[in-house]
Ligand binder design. Structure first.
Ligand SMILES: Cc1cc2nc3c(=O)[nH]c(=O)nc-3n(C[C@H](O)[C@H](O)[C@H](O)COP(=O)(O)O)c2cc1C
Length: 404
């Protein structure tokens, strides 16, 4: 009996060790090891997607824990992050059926750029955490999907590498203002020379949000951010808090005017969550407004982005286009955001997960999934094209007699 218990315990210990190795090492032939030991995917295949939410669990399998938590995480309790997706359920699509809709047309236009669906890539730092091709891979996927790639100042690829991978497809550059004037001028000039077609000025990150999992993991970026001006100090081996601290931490309407004065490209102000800020940004010269709470990564306790979209769209009153992000995971979300006043929406984490699981082809799979899902929703809702969506009214939950 004793012998049996001993063998049983030994087996359990072996199983536990195997689990630990798989849980924390997660290495296989589909990965490369960066200098410093961080392991990144080299996957290069289309992925089968039944639901974008599944991707997160699959991406966990291939992205090392620190990198995965940085990508997935939100600020503090993550309530705002969770609400981003839940908020879409506060309203319903009131379907019309006898409308003669056939093969809905999901193509649209934003700032003079034609795109194959009303979904673009949101700027996100450090795609190199997910895949060795980094933002260059995402750019190739976005180009193949017929949509816009936005590149963060904190990208792992250089602006040149991203432009090259996009092969002339539309790309926007997202700027975190540096404290150094010359560095801002240089970055914008580089983006202009490389053919980027808009500057996104992100204004919701004067400091980093309190991302608890990054603190617990003591997460430091294993790769450099080659577009960050040298004067801001090194980026490899730093946490996101230190990187934000080196950027400009005080932002006002004069910063929008300042960026406008540096470029003839359209300037999009990203991170708007209040109608008054939309107004201020427009008066300061913004060519478009990007409604976003940074995917719930900055101020926990703020409303879901979708909850504030309607009020902002009302105030903007079509003076400039509206881009919307935070929580978009399915066709009905895209539909509802457009019906609520967005011109196009953007996705952050789903692109990175697609990249981790399939490289640029995985990014294409994400957009293919959203295209098919949006088309289906439009068909079932009785809307032929994007303008039709803009003209419908969503129905607030509880507008039925049951809620009276
Ligand atoms: C890993 C990660 C890094 C991000 N880095 C940036 C950034 O460098 N600049 C920026 O403007 N927004 C950044 N964002 C916010 C995204 O642009 C976007 O607002 C957000 O991801 C949208 O939410 P979603 O991930 O639910 O689609 C980042 C988001 C993630 C997930």
């Amino acid at each position: 009996m004793k012998k049996f218990i001993f063998i049983l315990c030994a087996c359990l210990v072996v199983l536990f060790v195997v689990w630990l190795v798989l849980r924390f090492n997660k290495t296989n032939s589909n990965e490369v090891v960066y200098d410093g030991g961080y392991v990144a995917s080299v996957a290069d295949e289309s992925i089968v997607i039944y639901d974008i939410d599944d991707l997160e669990a699959q991406a966990w399998e291939v992205i090392p824990q620190g990198g995965f938590d940085y990508i997935r995480g939100g600020a503090e309790t993550e309530n705002t992050m969770k609400r981003n997706e839940m908020a879409f359920d506060m309203v319903d699509i009131y379907p019309r059926v006898l409308t003669g809709v056939n093969e809905p047309d999901i193509t649209t236009e934003i700032l003079g750029i034609d795109i194959s669906l009303p979904v673009i890539v949101a700027p996100a730092a450090a795609h190199g955490l997910a895949h060795v091709s980094a933002e260059a891979g995402s750019a190739r996927g976005a180009a193949a999907s017929g949509t816009i790639m936005s590149v963060s100042t904190y990208a792992s690829s250089t602006l040149e590498q991203v432009a090259q991978a996009g092969e002339g497809a539309p790309q926007w550059f997202q700027l975190y203002l540096s404290k150094d004037d010359a560095a801002n001028r240089n970055l914008i000039k580089t983006a202009e020379d490389l053919g980027y077609r808009a500057i996104i000025l992100t204004v919701d990150a004067p400091v980093g949000g309190n991302r608890v999992s990054d603190a617990r993991n003591n997460f430091k970026f294993p790769l450099a951010m080659p577009n960050v001006p040298k004067k801001s100090g090194k980026t490899k081996g730093q946490g996101i808090g230190a990187i934000f601290a080196a950027a400009q931490n005080e932002l006002g309407p004069y910063d929008v005017m300042y960026v406008k004065s540096l470029t003839d490209l359209p300037v999009i102000v990203k991170g708007i969550q209040h109608p008054d800020d939309a107004e201020i940004a427009i008066l300061a010269g913004a060519d478009a407004i990007w409604v976003s709470n940074h995917g719930g990564r900055q101020l926990d306790g703020a409303p879901a982005s979708f909850e504030v979209l309607g009020e902002i769209a009302e105030r903007v009153n079509k003076r400039v286009p509206i881009i919307f992000d935070s929580g978009i995971r399915r066709g009905q979300h895209i539909f509802k955001a457009i019906a609520m006043g967005a011109d196009v929406v953007a996705i952050g984490r789903p692109v990175i997960y697609g990249l981790a699981l399939g490289g640029w082809r995985g990014v294409v799979s994400v957009f293919d999934y959203l295209k098919a899902d949006l088309e289906r929703v439009m068909w079932l809702a009785g809307t032929q094209n994007i303008d039709d969506i803009k003209n419908i009214n969503l129905r607030k939950r509880c507008e039925t007699k049951w809620c009276e």
